[in-house]
Design a protein around this ligand. Structure first.
Ligand SMILES: Cc1cc2nc3c(=O)[nH]c(=O)nc-3n(C[C@H](O)[C@H](O)[C@H](O)COP(=O)(O)OP(=O)(O)OC[C@H]3O[C@@H](n4cnc5c(N)ncnc54)[C@H](O)[C@@H]3O)c2cc1C
Length: 188
């Protein structure tokens, strides 16, 4: 394992490049009933479903903290939350968070029914990561200068979401998966 240093994202966990050289896997440890890469890649689809929920939590944390901040931050004798611009932003965040929740909930229902398709997971992973990273950055902005410190969570969530939008398939690759489903043409 080669540890990756100087990370600006997911700093609380160790990230490493892993090299597997001359590894022999005992027959007993083989994935049952699987040929080729399809089996391991199928596991990733299931893991990715779980990942669709994580960004929702990050977005809610940013949204809640920023709402409280805006209600308490006084600017020119009125709370920041009393401005229409901030209320429009918060309302739009609530809309996007709710849509992401419904997307993951429906995906869970399809998973329970055994009919969840990899492309549906791609769409949800792409949507929910994009939703959360956008909201984290908008929350950071509403917090003003205070938002750049570790005293508030949005900048930490935004930086961590840079990893989440990249791992388990980058946003671009998930977009291409959806594009392939729509057109029937593999563009990557
Ligand atoms: C914190 C962290 C943890 C990780 N954990 C794991 C893990 O546990 N297991 C694991 O296997 N991997 C893990 N990864 C690796 C992660 O899955 C890869 O970083 C990711 O798949 C992108 O691959 P890459 O870094 O090689 O980028 P590249 O493949 O070099 O891609 C670079 C850019 O080019 C774009 N791109 C690539 N191909 C195309 C194309 N055909 N058309 C258009 N654009 C394209 C990508 O979207 C990206 O924006 C982790 C990464 C991070 C940052």
């Amino acid at each position: 394992a080669q540890e990756v240093h100087k990370k600006m994202s997911l700093r609380a966990s160790v990230t490493s490049a892993l090299f597997l050289d001359n590894v022999r896997v005992p027959d007993a440890n083989r994935l049952p009933g699987v040929k080729g890469l399809k089996g391991p890649l199928g596991c990733l689809t299931q893991a990715r479903y779980g990942i669709t929920w994580g960004p929702i939590g990050a977005a809610i944390a940013c949204f809640s903290e920023t709402t409280e901040y805006a209600k308490n931050r006084m600017l020119f004798q009125r709370p920041l939350a009393a401005t229409q611009a901030v209320q429009l932003k918060l309302a739009d965040m609530a809309r996007r968070i709710t849509l992401a929740q419904l997307l993951s909930l429906q995906l869970g229902r399809l998973k329970d029914a055994g009919t969840m398709q990899p492309t549906q997971v791609s769409l949800a992973k792409w949507n929910n990561c994009r939703m959360a990273i956008d909201i984290a950055r908008e929350c950071r902005d509403i917090l003003g200068g205070a938002g750049i410190t570790t005293e508030h969570s949005p900048i930490r969530h935004a930086l961590n979401l840079e990893s989440v939008i990249t791992y388990e398939g980058t946003e671009t690759v998930h977009q291409l998966v959806v594009g392939r489903e729509i057109t029937g043409i593999n563009a990557f």
